[in-house]
Design a protein around this ligand. Structure first.
Ligand code: SAH
Length: 348
């Protein structure tokens, strides 16, 4: 079955059965070949540099109620915060001094009337650090709000579609939320000129291999610039808190599949993967990921962004030192560039 990997590498596409075989095969040599080829493609495009993004967890306030997420609005056990304008600017300043040139503002979905406050924040970051990229990951908004964020200077937007199968979407979200709206958001974001990222949780409750193949094919059609994938990890205060976590193996197979499909895509080795397995970050890079997102959230709030249980709240400078050592240990280094999506002219 090695030929499946070679076909995917050379044509960037497989049949449904081909994807299914790569996801489920128990042939360890095949899986090793999949990761090896993905890593080879990643290093031929990006060298041994790994882009870093400074993650600022803007708020754990959320108007949505996703069944899997620890910051869902029905979780009354969680103290809520919204970082002040000042706190965000201080986090960016600290991040800039550490060397970051991309800031990611991620958070729960604030009340709609907060859109202009968010836009003001983006404009201020844009004016203060004109050489930095600004990524938002703030969930679902109206097109006019995304337009406001884009005009204010945001460059990129991360919004995982989570699952493209409607029945599965309905298992993970309450009836007030819809897959159609999520996809509408993604189309608006792309249309407005954001570098757009999407993706899924791997092993979310009810997920089947057929769902994963459908998600691969959706991503194939959507052609995102960024692809975010992490294992589902239960959070005790949520309705899905008793389901088992997703698998690091399937997550890293997906990193490799997407790397072979999209040689130039920005694929983070995610915090969730590293939470599931202490070696997760390295496993992700060895599977073809080329981005990591260290946390720049102020110390007082860092422990309150509890999407799932066991999420670490490491100090930024300390985390960075550990990351540098970890990368050096496997022959990689941090690439301090902005790391925009580029179709490189290098031949693979
Ligand atoms: N509210 C925004 C951004 C914050 S959540 C949004 O929905 O896009 C960011 C991502 O965290 C989500 O897309 C989801 O894929 C992931 N996430 C949420 N709960 C999780 C859990 N229990 N385990 C793993 N990942 C989770």
């Amino acid at each position: 079955m090695k030929h499946l990997v070679d076909t995917l590498r050379d044509s960037h596409h497989l049949s449904d059965e081909g994807y299914e075989a790569l996801l489920t095969s128990d042939d360890a040599q095949l899986v090793a070949h999949l990761h090896h080829e993905a890593r080879r493609v990643a290093t031929s495009v990006f060298g041994h540099g790994i882009f870093v993004r400074g993650l600022i967890e803007l708020t754990n306030v959320c108007r949505n109620d996703c069944y899997y997420c620890g910051i869902r609005r029905s979780n009354t056990a969680l103290p809520r915060y919204i970082l002040t304008h000042e706190q965000v600017m201080q986090s960016c300043q600290a991040g800039y001094e550490l060397g970051f040139r991309t800031f990611v503002l991620q958070g729960g979905e604030l009340p709609r009337e907060k859109a202009s406050w968010i836009a003001g924040l983006v404009a201020d970051i844009r004016a203060s650090w004109s050489d930095c990229a600004i990524t938002l990951s703030l969930g679902e908004w109206e097109r006019k709000d995304y337009e406001l964020f884009r005009r204010a200077g945001a460059d990129r937007y991360l919004l995982r579609h989570e699952t493209v199968t409607p029945a599965h979407y309905a298992l993970l979200h309450p009836s007030g939320m819809s897959l159609d709206n999520r996809l509408r958001c993604l189309n608006d974001l792309r249309d407005l000129g954001f570098q757009t990222g999407t993706g899924i949780m791997v092993g979310s409750p009810g997920q089947t291999v057929a769902h994963l193949v459908a998600d691969i094919k959706f991503i194939e059609r959507f052609e995102p610039q960024m692809i975010g994938l992490g294992p589902f990890i239960p959070q005790a205060e949520t309705p899905l808190g008793k389901y088992p976590a997703g698998s690091a193996d399937v997550t890293t197979r997906l990193y490799s599949i997407f790397r072979l499909m999209f040689p130039h895509a920005l694929i983070p080795s995610t915090t969730a993967l590293n939470t599931l397995d202490p070696e997760g970050r390295v496993m992700g890079i060895h599977a073809g990921a080329n981005v990591v997102m260290p946390n720049l959230t102020p110390a007082g709030e860092r422990g309150l962004y509890t999407l799932y249980d066991g999420k670490s709240a490491t100090d930024p400078a300390e985390g960075l030192a550990r990351l540098e050592a970890q990368l050096a240990g496997i022959g990689y280094h941090i690439d301090w560039g902005r790391g925009d999506y580029r179709e490189s002219t290098k031949t693979l």
